[in-house]
Write a new protein. Structure first.
Length: 96
């Protein structure tokens, strides 16, 4: 036999009611994956200098990033790229 005290039951009921009110009771909206075609536009290189501290020493580190720009539905979209990889002129993407 399980014995539960009245204050414990009240706390559980209040917690349930609060969580029920705060969370959405609507069904979860699921978006359809739509296939779109992107045209390669250009590469974008970005670099910055970062100060890294380790113990008592401080050193400056150069960080370099490469981005690939594709035109999708008339908008230019940046994707993080990697050096040494040739990206296709036309690519298929999925949006939802």
């Amino acid at each position: 036999m399980v014995v539960v005290s009245i204050p414990t039951m009240l706390v559980v009921m209040v917690a349930y009611c609060v969580s029920y009110v705060w969370t959405s009771q609507e069904p979860v909206k699921v978006y359809k994956n739509e296939q779109v075609t992107g045209q390669f536009v250009r590469y974008v290189a970005e670099g910055y200098n970062e100060t890294v501290r380790s113990g008592k020493s401080t050193r400056h580190v150069d960080r370099h990033e490469v981005y690939v720009v594709y035109r999708i539905n008339g908008n230019e979209v940046l994707f993080r790229g990697r050096e040494g990889i040739e990206y296709p002129k036309t690519a298929i993407f999925y949006k939802n």
